[in-house]
Ligand binder design. Structure first.
Ligand SMILES: Nc1ncnc2c1ncn2[C@@H]1O[C@H](COP(=O)(O)OP(=O)(O)O)[C@@H](O)[C@H]1O
Ligand SMILES: [Mg+2]
Length: 326
């Protein structure tokens, strides 16, 4: 049974169709990534699912409750971390969580232990009595995640949770997020325009201009690229290119003085290529397809790249986390 079900959902603002006939399902206890560039329709979709906005047409339900017909049931089942921070900066971390616990009718005798647990979970217990205005961006985000799980929601929405954070902080935040489904028995619905972050998701839908253009597991999506990309620098690109094309029947392209080709078994292919054009080779590198490549292939454009390469930092942090917790 999917915990989130969306069928032919659309939302128009005047002449603009922000969400265009979107359908998808999310299984309970998984991390679902809703990816797309700025303006794609991610927040609008979240707002409909969270009952903050009514759809123009189509249907959405969470935990079996219709988002339009049973909004209060839906609200009880969800937690939200908004794109922009909604913490009260003049309250302490503890007070922010307490306020939320009151709003959600958390039982008085459970309140303290739930808040303490949540603060421990995000590593802010020691800072519980500090005013939020003294917190860094990463700490605020972690506090918002803590707040989002206080009332034990079945689905937690995270809208661009890592936006504006530095790579190390992003990696740390991902550690928490990846641990949430098991520790807190919650399904995660997250949006991001950082494609590499979506590697941690169990399933993904890519949205562009209001339409879902691809969906599946990260592995399935990357398979659509058709293999690994081999990059080769040679002393004579023209000659090397024609030799590789002739010998292997592969199409070779050139960009920035570097040859590149896509092939299914890149690692096995490299020795063959070196054997064939050995004396001309200056350098070779192999790149596995990324979700950025998927986006590029589907839309013909590059999603806004983050500055520097923090992909590896994040992937390594997530891998380390999984090793520790498996
Ligand atoms: N309340 C609104 N009124 C008019 N247009 C809106 C409104 N909210 C969003 N939009 C437009 O809908 C499109 C999708 O926005 P949004 O869902 O916020 O995208 P994303 O979260 O993927 O960046 C954008 O073109 C945005 O300008
Ligand atoms: Mg948004």
């Amino acid at each position: 049974m999917p915990i989130i079900k969306v069928e032919n959902l659309s939302k128009t603002f005047d002449a603009l169709t922000a969400v265009d006939n979107v359908s998808f399902e999310v299984d309970e206890g998984t991390i679902f990534g809703f990816l797309g560039p700025n303006g794609a329709g991610k927040t609008t979709t979240i707002n409909i699912l969270c009952t903050l906005l009514s759809p123009t047409s189509g249907k959405a339900s969470i935990a079996g409750h219709d988002c339009v017909k049973e909004p209060s049931e839906v609200r009880k089942a969800i937690g939200i971390v908004f794109q922009d921070t909604t913490l009260d900066k003049d309250l302490t971390a503890y007070e922010n969580l307490m306020l939320h616990a009151y709003l959600y009718d958390v039982k008085r005798n459970e309140m303290k232990s739930r808040i303490d647990d949540a603060l421990y979970f995000v590593g802010l217990y020691e800072r519980r009595d500090d005013l939020v205005k003294k917190f860094s961006g990463g700490m605020k985000r972690r506090l918002e995640v803590a707040r989002g799980i206080i009332h034990r929601p079945r689905v937690l929405f995270l809208d661009e949770p890592t936006l504006g954070l530095d790579p190390q902080t992003r990696a740390n935040l991902w550690e928490f997020i990846v641990g949430l489904p098991k520790k807190h028995n919650v399904t995660i619905f997250m949006t991001t325009h950082y494609m590499e972050e979506a590697e941690v998701c169990d399933s993904i839908a890519i949205i562009d201009k209001g339409k879902i253009i691809a969906s599946g597991t990260p592995e399935e999506l990357k398979k659509t690229i058709g293999g690994d990309v081999i990059y080769i620098r040679t002393s004579d690109n023209e000659k090397a290119r024609s030799e590789i094309e002739k010998l292997f029947g592969l199409e070779v392209s050139e960009k920035d003085n570097e040859l590149f080709l896509t092939t299914l078994k890149g690692d096995a292919c490299i020795p063959e290529i070196i054997k064939a054009i050995g004396e001309k080779v200056l350098s070779v590198r192999l790149q596995r397809p990324t979700l950025n490549d998927v986006f590029l292939k589907m839309t013909g454009k590059q999603i806004r790249e983050i500055n520097g390469s923090s992909d590896d930092t994040i992937r390594e942090a997530v891998r380390a986390y999984r090793r520790r917790h498996s």
